[in-house]
Design a protein around this ligand. Structure first.
Ligand SMILES: NC(=O)c1ccc[n+]([C@@H]2O[C@H](COP(=O)([O-])OP(=O)(O)OC[C@H]3O[C@@H](n4cnc5c(N)ncnc54)[C@H](OP(=O)(O)O)[C@@H]3O)[C@@H](O)[C@H]2O)c1
Length: 261
């Protein structure tokens, strides 16, 4: 299904809903006039509508009725209630896309209680700047507009949630910590933040563009007896790798837990 010419609705205009709305309008794939959104906080919704030129709709069933593609962007815990609310407005001509962490398509279908075209995806907030990565059970142009897309089996979605769904928070903490190190060693805060964020961005770009292995990049910048290997030894002392591996593992398990509840 091509997204061109389709009316796209966001059920929930929170952090991720807004990231996708911003990304989509910026990418120019869907005209702002074809995008609608609902959210219980009417002032917040009005602000989103004003900011991106989209249309605010107060009633969820009304929102679903007037759209071809509906992005389910509410928290997993309230998904069941929301699907009940909109069930009667869904028909087979519409495509529902859930971005909720941990909720299996089987469960979503049960909650809707009627046959429907439905896919589950896991985007991340860098979609805001068209640098998102979305794991998806079927190729879909909409998410390609806001970053990279990887096609995976649904069984892998919890691990995707633990890595790229939650990952922007881990990277933000990494950048903040690097900047703190710079400040500790006498750098101005704003300069330290720029250096830290750009170092993360530049290193990621280098790895993605060249296909170089991260270990190789690390070795390239570690001269014998030099500064980088001294820093690396400190990271190993601090258990950096173990901490990241455990973060992805725990977030994955939490995603499974949310899906089971
Ligand atoms: N944030 C991420 O990085 C990320 C990444 C991948 C996937 N996700 C998934 O995206 C979904 C949304 O996450 P989020 O971080 O964007 O959460 P969020 O900021 O809380 O956004 C959810 C929005 O839905 C609104 N909402 C609540 N009840 C509603 C209803 N009955 N009808 C319409 N809207 C309603 C909420 O309003 P109130 O605040 O007033 O309740 C809120 O604005 C979750 O399922 C999450 O698993 C998030």
């Amino acid at each position: 299904m091509s997204i061109k010419g389709k009316r796209v609705a966001f059920l929930g205009a929170g952090n991720m809903g807004e990231a996708l709305i911003k990304g989509l309008t910026q990418a120019g794939l869907v005209p702002a006039g074809s995008i609608t959104a609902s959210d219980p906080r009417s002032e917040h919704l009005a602000e989103i509508a004003r900011r991106y030129g989209i249309r605010a709709v107060a009633d969820n069933a009304e929102l679903v009725k007037s759209a071809d593609v509906i992005i389910l962007a509410v928290k997993p815990q309230i998904m069941g209630a929301v699907l009940k609310e909109v069930s009667s407005a869904v028909d087979e001509g519409k495509l529902l896309i859930s971005i909720a962490a941990g909720v299996a398509t089987k469960k979503l279908r049960e909650q809707l209680g009627r046959p429907v075209r439905l896919i589950r995806v896991m985007p991340n907030t860098p979609a805001l700047v068209l640098e998102g990565v979305t794991a998806i059970a079927r190729a879909e142009g909409l998410f390609a507009a806001v970053g990279k897309v990887v096609v995976l089996e649904e069984g892998a979605m919890d691990a995707v949630t633990g890595l790229s769904g939650s990952g922007p928070a881990y990277v933000a903490m990494t950048i903040e910590a690097l900047a703190d190190g710079g400040v500790k060693m006498g750098l101005d805060r704003a300069i330290a933040m720029t250096l830290a964020a750009q170092t993360v961005l530049g290193s990621a770009r280098l790895l993605l563009d060249t296909g170089v292995h991260p270990g190789q990049l690390k070795d390239m910048v570690s001269s014998p007896g030099g500064t980088t290997i001294a820093g690396i030894a400190a990271l190993e002392d601090g258990g950096l790798r173990r901490a990241f591996i455990q973060a992805v593992e725990r977030a994955t398990l939490r995603s499974r837990e949310l899906g089971a509840s």
